[in-house]
Design a protein around this ligand. Structure first.
Ligand code: C5P
Ligand code: MG
Length: 158
């Protein structure tokens, strides 16, 4: 049996007039995140964690943000593609742990929906997916409400 571990990190600027989509779930909020795709910072971090575990470049190499094809794209398709690459390389996902760092709004009521969305997309069970939330204690760009970050770690078993 072989194991591969990967980590991912992402950051998007907060913008008015954009939806706030996290793990494929739309959060009710007066602002959203800016980006070429749907700017789903959580899905991007999890996708990069899988690609990292596979040592297969990164999300921008697979889905360039200069390609009009990905403008406004739903990011769960990026995650699905990374899972397909993992399966093709002979790996299954043992578990995913992740953290969204966002000052407001409170996200905990969306935790189950995000876990379900990620688990369904990745073809794994709810128990294999963790999503955590932190404020930035009002410090730095995240704390000042200028951006959102996400971190993820994944273990693959082959
Ligand atoms: O950042 P802090 O430790 O103050 O967060 C306390 C708790 O608030 C977190 O453990 C999380 O459950 C929740 N939280 C949240 N949405 C956020 C930030 C934190 O639900 N945007
Ligand atoms: Mg991103």
């Amino acid at each position: 049996m072989s194991f591969r571990i990967g980590q991912g990190w992402d950051n998007h600027r907060i913008a008015e007039g954009r939806p706030l989509i996290l793990g494929g779930v739309t959060v009710e909020c007066e602002f959203g995140l800016d980006g070429h795709s749907d700017a789903d910072v959580l899905s991007h971090a999890v996708t990069d964690a899988i690609l990292g575990a596979l040592a297969d470049h990164d999300i921008g190499a697979h889905f360039p943000d200069t390609d009009p094809k990905w403008k406004g794209a739903g990011s769960l398709q990026f995650l699905r593609h990374a899972c397909d690459l993992a399966a093709a390389a002979g790996f299954r996902i043992a578990n995913v742990d992740s953290t969204i760092i966002l000052q407001t709004p409170k996200l905990k009521d969306y935790r189950l929906a995000m876990r379900e969305s990620l688990a369904t997309t990745m073809g794994i069970s709810l128990a294999q997916v963790s999503v955590k939330f932190k404020t930035a204690e009002k410090v730095g760009p995240v704390g000042e409400g200028k951006s959102a970050e996400a971190q993820a770690i994944v273990l693959l078993i082959g």
